[in-house]
Design a protein. Sequence first.
Length: 353
Amino acid sequence: MDVLRPPLIRIGGRVYRKNLIQEQAFPHEEEEDFYAGPGDCADEPGDAFVVEETERGFQCRLEVPSPLYKYIIGKKGETKKRLETETRTSISIPKPGVEGEIVITGQQRSGVVSARTRIDVLLDSFRRKQPFTHFLSFALNQPAIQENFLHFKEQVLEKCSKDHGVSSSLFQNPAKLHLTLGTLVLLNEQEIQKACDLLQQCKEDFVNQITGGQPLTVEVAGVEYMNDDPAMTDVLYAKVHMKDGSDRLQMVADQLVERFVASGLMLKEWDRVKLHATVMNTLFRKDPSTYTEERNNTMTGKSSFKERESFNGKNILKLFENFYFGEVQLDSVRLSQRFSSDASGYYATSGQL
């Protein structure tokens, strides 16, 4: 990173510089310090959060999932001590694994605001590094779609198995076929409930208006690839579109993501949601032991550096360009949990509309 051009982070309408320091908070992980810009964060009005006046000064409370406590504490408590020293505040953090509020107290309101702002930016940075835990989706695993998908798999393996990298391990589990709207990092039950509540609010605010309270009839047809070179494909997906040619599905998807991004529960990745259902993915190319290891690494926040082996998708795209997977009635958006399954084989649902 160029120290003269540090990356900028936007939080709550404000822009902050992210400055790298040499201190190591955890093994193999650089600790990051943050300062507001332009200007000193001590001058921030703090209108994005509540600062209470007490008999001894000022106080601010914030709810933080317990898995993120360590990033505020730092190695041997160094990050917390530095924050307290530089902002002249006291920061009270619940015990590890205990959900609760972090309380910032100080004699000067500006110091409390400064500490809160720096903690917000610090947590935002580390939250971005967490693997996603949940996702919003439309399930596409109706029996007819699954049957056609299995026929697609059979035909691909019959006609294209000699193409580089093509194997049965690449195909999606038919019970898990879905259209992803966006991914979320939800680290405790409170955040999961907040997401469920927001989903219901979206239904009342705009989903029913767009859909007329009726299921959306869509067609899953045709295949396309994600990257630039079909000979080096990592993801092959089926295209999803409204049967009546309208943009109602796109409107629902985009507005849901917009609302979740605005709430802070989801990061904005694209201007529009790509309406697709993954049917082949090189991340699926693993044996059970590798899958378990990758799953454990993801759940603990560790990265897997094993390279993906791409496959040659040219013939698949040529032969199955217009393959028809079927028609689906979409009647609910689900908040699903990664690496879990319900009785139908689909991802376990935490909430839905």
